[in-house]
Design a protein around this ligand. Structure first.
Ligand SMILES: C[S@@+](CC[C@H](N)C(=O)[O-])C[C@H]1O[C@@H](n2cnc3c(N)ncnc32)[C@H](O)[C@@H]1O
Length: 249
């Protein structure tokens, strides 16, 4: 079975099962209308700050704390979630590496990567996300290291650009019927090799344990394999962060 084969090849596998369902904590804040912190077994904190009741009702934070950094979030940009935190927590960027962050959103992976990387390219198809990520990069004084570009997947790159590390956190579809999202992930894996240096690593977050067999097959078809995997499946709501470190066969 694909599932069993996957577990044999993954040389590092962690399954978090908390003894109790984690509880989200809401708190009042002097400056903000409310804050929300997700309790989970990872080590990076995730706190959403809501400036006003309307933002709280829309579940759209204005500021998010990720580990030790605050990120400003525009009303129209996707905030960092537990899925992004897992990708951040298990990924490793080494001193002097070149990094590509596809679908950067508010910029968290590009900005954390820029602490070590010599150069980061961050892309997003949605121009307001790129503007938001630029603001956050300035806030953390790494804007000089990050080249922000608008466009679909690899369209903003040229074929001569090669990277040591590629981040991809655009959620895998909830259902098999979501063909547009399926095609996006298929396109990513069919094109990414062109932009990878030898031995480059892809840090990929997909969500949903049930998607593993499909992902395993998609990677196989494109000549990739899972080298490391971590997941957590006891979180509230519909979150099952699934981290993979992927390399070429
Ligand atoms: C779930 S958000 C994740 C943002 C960020 N990577 C994070 O972890 O916080 C996905 C982001 O991918 C962008 N996106 C969606 N489709 C894309 C595509 N075809 N090419 C580039 N970016 C895309 C969206 O605009 C959005 O900002």
């Amino acid at each position: 079975m694909a599932f069993q084969r996957l577990f044999r090849i993954a040389f590092c596998f962690t399954l978090y099962t908390s003894s109790a369902i984690p509880i989200n904590t809401f708190a009042e804040d002097n400056e903000y209308y409310s804050t929300w912190e997700l309790q989970h077994s990872g080590k990076y904190r995730l706190v959403w700050y809501y400036a006003a009741k309307k933002d709280f009702d829309n579940n759209q934070p204005n500021k998010v704390l990720v580990h030790d950094k605050e990120f400003l979030i525009r009303p129209d940009v996707r905030p960092p979630t537990i899925n992004g935190i897992y990708l951040l927590e298990y990924s490793r960027v080494k001193e002097g590496e070149e990094v590509l962050d596809i679908g950067t959103g508010s910029g968290i992976h590009a900005i954390f990567a820029a602490e070590k990387a010599i150069h980061v390219v961050a892309t997003d198809i949605y121009p307001p996300a790129i503007e938001n990520a630029k603001t956050n990069a300035q806030l953390h004084s790494v804007d000089h290291k990050i080249d922000f570009r608008v466009g679909d997947l690899f369209a903003p790159l040229n074929d001569r650009e090669k990277f040591d590390v590629v981040f991809f956190n655009i959620n895998f579809p909830f259902s098999a019927g979501d063909n547009e999202r399926n095609r996006l992930h298929e396109r990513f894996f069919s094109e990414v090799r062109k932009y990878m240096k030898p031995d480059a690593r892809i840090y990929y977050q997909t969500s949903f344990v049930k998607n593993i067999p499909y992902i395993y097959d998609m990677l196989n078809r494109n000549g990739f394999r899972i080298m490391e995997m971590h997941m957590e499946h006891m979180l509230p709501y519909r979150h099952e962060p699934l981290f993979m470190m992927i390399q070429s066969h």
